[in-house]
Each structure stands twice: as structure tokens, then as C-alpha cells.
Design a protein. Structure first.
Length: 347
């Protein structure tokens, strides 16, 4: 127990993080340049550098194409992927369940319900057209969390992980039926809501990216700060208590941070599955189970995974765009099966 949690000091390996960051930047530039009109990587890098440094942009259509539509979309894809992935990694560590991710709580379905309400009834915030959907999604994400935790507390004072998972699954099924029922009364918004529920980053803006970045910095920082405690949860709640972890406080802190991340991600991209489930497993195969290394790795891995999935969604059948949730589910299901069989074979 002590060697896993209290005594063993984690060695920081900057070379690994530099490699992850470099790979993420390469994929980012490639995704910004690729599309219905391909922009060469060198020209893409020049446009991005000039935008950062305030220098004049090169002549042609490359700069308007990149800066007006592709750049905010790819930034949002990276931030959503990173947020969902670190949320999934934290949930798997907290609940000691390899099938857990941010949607296990039912918060994703609750956030989707809030966003559908905003779309159906035209709920907006003056001056910020997208904020109505975001506020409603985050509001109902937190409401869902309160409902689930309240029920879990009534059934089990210790808030055991099995109780939370069971209630989360039941709540997800209930909210999915409510969302389907609400969609049937959406009128002319049915097609948009249906496409959005399958995941879409079309229409992403810099304002969306700023909101995602702000919340990812706060909630992601909270989850990274809980890495030591999540290592203790990996060897059991009782052992975590014995080494001084305030189990209930850490549970609530992690669950609230994950709920906030899911709320803002759902409001921007719709419901996207498998990102928070598969990416932590892939990162764990590379860097190991220690959350001090695992959570940062999931950030980079999730960003890369969703950027590439979004690239496939908008290019494979261009000019028609596929729902990004379909791409992540297809890829994620195959990857998860491979990971599962490898784990079984290893045992």
C-alpha cells in the first residue's frame, strides 16, 4: 500500500510530455489544413504563426478558410476530446471500473436534456447566442449530479461506487427516453437536434473555444490535482481512508468537476461517445496506471483522437458531413474490443 501511494515518489519525465505535445501540435496543424480545400502544411503553419504574431497574412484564400471556420472547430475538437478523456480517466480511477467514463453518472444525458430544451424553446442569453444552450446544459448536468448523489446518499451513506454506477446507468436510460420524447415535439428543430445528439462540431466558434478552455483549465486542474488521491482509490476505498484520503470529499470534488466538463462539452459538440472510455485505456497502455502520468497523457490522447475523428467526419464523404459521434463510436468500439482481448490474453 505504501509503495503504491505514500512512499514511492513519481519521477517526472519531461521528454514524454514533450513528445505528446509535439504529436498534438503536428496533428492540430494537419487537421486545420485538411478539408474540402486542402492547404499545404507549410502554408497552414505560416497562417497560424502570422495570426499569433500579428503579422500580415499571405495572399489567397488560405487565411480566410483557416481562421474563419477550421481553426475554431479544430480548437473545440481538441478541447472537447481532452476534457472528455481526462473526465473518463478520473472516473475510471475513482470508481475502479474499466467501463466507467464521464457518462456513467448519467450527467451527459442530463446535459443533453438541457441543451434540447434550449434549442426547442429558443432559450438564449442576450448578446451571446450560444450561451443559452451552454447554460442549460451545464445547469441540467449539475441537477442530474445532485439527483444521482442524493439518491445514492439515501441508499448508501458512504456513496459507494457500485451504488453511484447503478443509479447513473438507470438515470441515463430514463433521460434518454425523455430526450427522445422531447425531440418528437421539437417541430422544425428535429433534424438539427437529431444530428446534434449524434455529435457535431459544425458551427463551432472562438467563443465556444474560449468557454471550453476556461472550464477545462479550472476543472482539468482540479482533476490533475487529485491524481495522488486517485492512485489511492485504485487500491480500494478502505485503503484510501487508511492513508489519510477524505474519501467523500474527493468523490464529490471529482464528480462535480467531471459534471461541469461534460456539461460544457455537450453544449458545444452534442453527445460524443467512447472518447472518455477508450482514450484512458490507450494512455494506460503507454504510460502505466499512475494517475500522475495517466491524466496528462489522456489530455493529449483525447485531443488527438477527437481532432482526427472530426477530420474523418468532415472529409470522408465531403461535401456531406458525418456525425462525429458515429465516427468515435465505430473507432472506439473496435479499439475497445482490441484492448479488452489484449487484457484478457495478458491475464
Amino acid at each position: 500500500m505504501a509503495r503504491d501511494y505514500a512512499i514511492k515518489k513519481e519521477t517526472f519525465r519531461p521528454a514524454g510530455y514533450i513528445l505528446f505535445a509535439g504529436l498534438t501540435i503536428v496533428i492540430f496543424v494537419a487537421c486545420v489544413g485538411a478539408g474540402s480545400v486542402n492547404v499545404p502544411p507549410a502554408l497552414t503553419a505560416e497562417v497560424l504563426w502570422n495570426a499569433l504574431s500579428g503579422q500580415p497574412q499571405p495572399d489567397g484564400m488560405a487565411a480566410p478558410i483557416i481562421l474563419s471556420s477550421r481553426l475554431p472547430r479544430v480548437i473545440c475538437a481538441a478541447l472537447v476530446g481532452a476534457s472528455l478523456s481526462i473526465g473518463g480517466g478520473a472516473m475510471q480511477g475513482l470508481l475502479k471500473n474499466p467501463l466507467a467514463d464521464g457518462t456513467t453518472l448519467g450527467v451527459s444525458s442530463g446535459a443533453a436534456f438541457g441543451a434540447i430544451l434550449a434549442m426547442t424553446f429558443g432559450i438564449t442569453v442576450p448578446g451571446l447566442p450560444f450561451a443559452g444552450t451552454m447554460v442549460m446544459a451545464m445547469l441540467f448536468a449539475f441537477i442530474s449530479l445532485v439527483i444521482i448523489l442524493s439518491l445514492a446518499y439515501r441508499l448508501d451513506y458512504s456513496l459507494s461506487t457500485n451504488t453511484i454506477i447503478l443509479l447513473g446507468v438507470i438515470y441515463s436510460m430514463f433521460m434518454a427516453s425523455i430526450n427522445a420524447l422531447l425531440t418528437t415535439f421539437a417541430g422544425e428543430h428535429v433534424r438539427d437536434i437529431t444530428f446534434w445528439l449524434m455529435g457535431s462540431l459544425a458551427g463551432s466558434s472562438y467563443a465556444n473555444a474560449a468557454a471550453l478552455a476556461a472550464l477545462a483549465a479550472v476543472c482539468g486542474g482540479i482533476l490533475l490535482g487529485c491524481a495522488r488521491e486517485l492512485n489511492a482509490f485504485a487500491i480500494g476505498e478502505d485503503n484510501a481512508r487508511h492513508v489519510g484520503v477524505d474519501v467523500r470529499r474527493i468523490k464529490l470534488l471529482v464528480l462535480v468537476a467531471v459534471a461541469a466538463l461534460i456539461g460544457v462539452c455537450v453544449s458545444v459538440s452534442g453527445t460524443i461517445g467512447f472518447v472518455g472510455l477508450v482514450t484512458p485505456h490507450m494512455a494506460r497502455m503507454v504510460v502505466g496506471p499512475n494517475h500522475k502520468r495517466l491524466l496528462p497523457a489522456t489530455l493529449f490522447g483525447g485531443a488527438c483522437f477527437l481532432m482526427l475523428a472530426d477530420l474523418v467526419a468532415r472529409t470522408v464523404l465531403s461535401p456531406r458531413e458525418l456525425p462525429i459521434g458515429v465516427i468515435t463510436s465505430l473507432i472506439g468500439a473496435i479499439l475497445f474490443l482490441g484492448i479488452f482481448f489484449r487484457m484478457r490474453k495478458g491475464r
